[in-house]
Each structure stands twice: as C-alpha cells, then as structure tokens.
Design a protein around this ligand. Structure first.
Ligand SMILES: Cc1cc2nc3c(=O)[nH]c(=O)nc-3n(C[C@H](O)[C@H](O)[C@H](O)COP(=O)(O)OP(=O)(O)OC[C@H]3O[C@@H](n4cnc5c(N)ncnc54)[C@H](O)[C@@H]3O)c2cc1C
Length: 414
C-alpha cells in the first residue's frame, strides 16, 4: 500500500509513523523547507521557537511519539508540578500526589485567595466532577464560571482558558475547557504537570522525524491538486492523509467533498503573538510566570528561557487571543512596557523580536462544528482542527494524525 501524507506538522508526522509502522510505503509532502508546521524553530542563535509551547503530562500520545522517534521526553522537557505564580505572589501550586487530593490541597493552601474563594472553587470543581465534566455545548467558559469568585476567575480560569483554548473566556467553549480540566487535573498522577521544552522546538519532533523519514519526506512540495482514485499532483496512491492546514485542506478537498470542505472553511482563527526580550544577567523567580493582562498589558505568561536550557537572559512573552493587538499593528512596545513595570530586571530589557501567527489556532467557540476525520473513502484528514475533544494543541494534532492513519488502514483492510 502506498499512502500520501500531505503536511509535515505534528499531525502529519504522527500519521506517517503510524502508517509506516503498519507496513505502508509513505510519502510526506511538506511545502515548507522544514517539517514541524506551527511547532517549529525559526532562525536565531540559538533558534527561537515559533511561539513558546507548553506540553502537559496528559499529552500521552505526543510523548509516546517523541519516544518512538528516539527523543527522551524527560531530557527534552522540564517537568514541573502545575503552578501559576505571579510576580511577587506564589499563586496556585499543586503538590505531588493523586490528582484529586493534589487539587484540593493546592487550592486550600492558596493564601492569596480568601477562604470563601477557595471553597467556592472546590465546590464548583466538585459539581463539574459529579456531572462527568460535561455541560451544554452552547455554554461559554465565562457562563460556566459566572458564579465563581472574581479572584478565581482572574487568577485561574481566564489564564488557563486563554492558554489552553487560545480563546477569551466569554467566547470560549465550556465543554472543551471542561475536557481539558478533566484530562489535566483529574486523570492520573503527573497529568497536570507542565512540560516545558528544554530544546529548540524543532528538536522535540520535527528534526528527529525528518531523520527517521529520510527520502520519504519531500520538502518544498506544496500539493496543488488531489484527484479521486487517488492522485496527488498526478502521482498515484492507495490512500491519502490530508494533514495540512484547514485552509489548504478546504481548497484541496473542495471538488471531492464539498460539504466537508464547507465545514472546514467555516472555522475562524485566533492569533498568538510571542515577544522575545533580552536582558543579560536577569533571572526570573521561576521558569514560567503568569501575568495579568489588560488594555495596557498584552502578555499572559513569561518564560525565562535561560532556566530552560536556552539562551541566558532571553525571555518569551506570550500574548494569546491576540486579535486586538494584531489589529493595532503589534504589541512589542506594550510588552516591553508591561515587562518593565511588572518584573525586576538586572539590566534594562530590550526587544529581540516579535513573532505573530495570525492563524495560530482555530477559535474554540461554543457549539463549533469541526470537520470529521473521514473526508471520503481512502481520504482522511488530520490536524488540530479535526472534530475531537481537545482544543488546537500538539496532543490534538497527534491524536488526529493517528486516527486518520487508522482510517486509511481500515479502508485498505476492508
Ligand atoms: C504561537 C503558537 C503557540 C502555541 N502554543 C501551544 C502550546 O503551548 N501547547 C500546545 O499543545 N499547542 C500549542 N500551539 C498549537 C500547536 O502548535 C498546533 O496545534 C500544532 O502544531 C498543529 O499541528 P498540525 O500538524 O495539525 O498543523 P500544522 O503545524 O499547521 O502543520 C500543517 C503542515 O502542512 C503544511 N502544508 C500546508 N499546506 C500544504 C500543502 N498544500 N502541501 C504540503 N504541505 C502543506 C504546512 O507547511 C505545515 O507544515 C501553539 C501554536 C502556535 C502558533
């Protein structure tokens, strides 16, 4: 069996490995000069990430895929118990141990919140647990959490929501948010741990995948046309995994599966801006700090890359749900002002660079119809936008890649 994979991001890599392991002859078409898609490094010395990425302990399939390609996640990622410290405030810290106990102890020990706020959060979490972390599909995160104390919304719900769903709480899907909470906080020891890259982003998966794939990876090849039967730009295959962006998948599938294509085309996107600052000699109190965003404060998180095996004195500021800042032409100066106000610097910080991904993720809104994995017999789609329980994440992309590959294998078998 000869199968084409269109797109060499994490979804395409996952699909390619699954198919190759099942004995398929594969060709991965990637239009960029390197694989990795959105989760790649960009030029710099040392390289920058195309946006700071965080993995969590619950990313079971991503971690297994890294291992399959010879990457040791324990070496490549720094594992930290979930903590959301703010500058000068310890914030929420989950101690090690069984998830329910850790969450309860962590919340009760949060001295920054009044006891009523801590009990209010535990009561709400108990209710979500009792309802199996399910809710009305039309509910927003802001509606789901309307009864929570303001401090909990400000310090926990809003930053977690925008970090995980890249969509502000008033427009974010409560159902997807609850699923993320369930898998992160309540599904086994270590699942909520933060796993912060200690290597340039491409080295987590893309570069090892390129070495593993060898000549099966065709770089600089933007697929122009699919023909039923199947042909990729005229070359015959037995099956295809469409692991490119939803925009490109919409175009390529338009004549073959117009309804599928229309669903993919209806997706809307949210940008993420990453601003890199430089300040020799500065070390932050933790590798990752949460920040309070607002009209004059774009960033929600800052990462001290020197503490993560990267360049000492380099800091990544993450601006998720960044549409207003993209509309106003960027936010590097505003991030610099926020950083100068809120953090202590050994030397005055300067702007290194600003990276803007306008289509960083799909907007994860309530009741969103996402396209299914199956496009047509023998043609399956993969990517973080495919229907599934997760928002646009590495783990969602990997699982979608594996599911699409399984679909091709099932079609071939039967
Ligand atoms: C700034 C930023 C920060 C993020 N932070 C996190 C985070 O902290 N945690 C997390 O889990 N996720 C995060 N994400 C999301 C994560 O990066 C994505 O969910 C994931 O990389 C998507 O992988 P994918 O394979 O589905 O798509 P992509 O990575 O977009 O891959 C699609 C590939 O297809 C190629 N392609 C497109 N059209 C064609 C064509 N016609 N022919 C051939 N090739 C084609 C593209 O070049 C690309 O390489 C972040 C994303 C961004 C942008």
């Amino acid at each position: 069996m000869k199968t084409a994979v269109v797109g060499g991001g994490w979804a395409g890599i996952a699909a390619a490995v699954t198919l190759a392991d099942a004995g398929h002859d594969i060709a991965v078409f990637e239009m960029a000069p390197q694989p990795g898609g959105r989760a790649r490094s960009v030029a710099g010395d040392p390289p920058y990430d195309n946006g700071q990425h965080i993995l969590i302990g619950a990313y079971r399939d991503s971690l297994a895929l890294m291992r399959r390609l010879g990457v040791d996640p324990e070496a490549a990622l720094k594992r930290l118990p979930l903590a959301l410290p703010y500058p000068g405030e310890p914030g929420l810290h989950l101690p090690p141990g069984p998830p329910l106990v850790a969450f309860t102890c962590g919340v009760l020990a949060h001295r920054g919140w009044p006891l009523s706020a801590r009990l209010g959060l535990l009561a709400a979490a108990g209710g979500w647990l009792a309802r199996g972390f399910r809710c009305d599909a039309q509910l927003s995160v802001a509606e789901l959490c309307a009864g929570l104390p303001d401090a909990v919304k400000r310090d926990l719900v809003e930053p977690l929501c925008v970090a995980a769903l890249n969509t502000p709480a008033p427009r974010a899907s409560a159902q997807v948010f609850l699923r993320v909470l369930k898998d992160a906080l309540f599904s086994g020891a270590g699942s909520a741990d933060l796993l912060l890259p200690r290597r340039p982003l491409s080295e987590l998966l893309a570069t090892p995948a390129a070495a593993w794939l060898g000549e099966r990876l065709r770089l600089g090849r933007r697929v122009q046309q699919l023909e039923a039967g199947w042909r990729v730009d005229g070359e015959a295959f037995d099956g295809i995994v469409l692991a490119c962006s939803s925009v490109e998948a919409t175009r390529l599938a338009a004549s073959i599966a117009p309804d599928w294509s229309a669903t993919a085309q209806a997706l809307r996107f949210e940008p993420i801006i990453t601003v890199y600052l430089h300040s020799p000699g500065t070390v932050l109190p933790a590798p990752m700090l949460a920040l309070r965003d607002g009209p004059e404060a774009p960033a929600q998180f800052v990462f001290d890359l020197g503490q993560l095996g990267g360049a000492p004195g380099r800091f990544a500021f993450v601006v998720s749900g960044a549409a207003p800042w993209v509309a106003s032409g960027g936010c590097d100066e505003a991030v610099l002002a926020q950083a100068t106000r809120e953090l202590r610097w050994a030397t005055p910080p300067v702007i290194d660079r600003m990276l803007t991904e306008k289509r960083a993720t799909f907007a994860c809104t309530p009741g969103l119809a996402r396209p299914p994995a199956r496009v047509a017999p023998g043609l399956w789609a993969a990517g973080d936008y495919i229907a599934g329980p997760y928002p646009a994440t590495l783990e969602g992309a990997v699982r979608a890649g594996q599911a699409a590959a399984q679909g091709v294998l099932a079609d071939a078998a039967g």
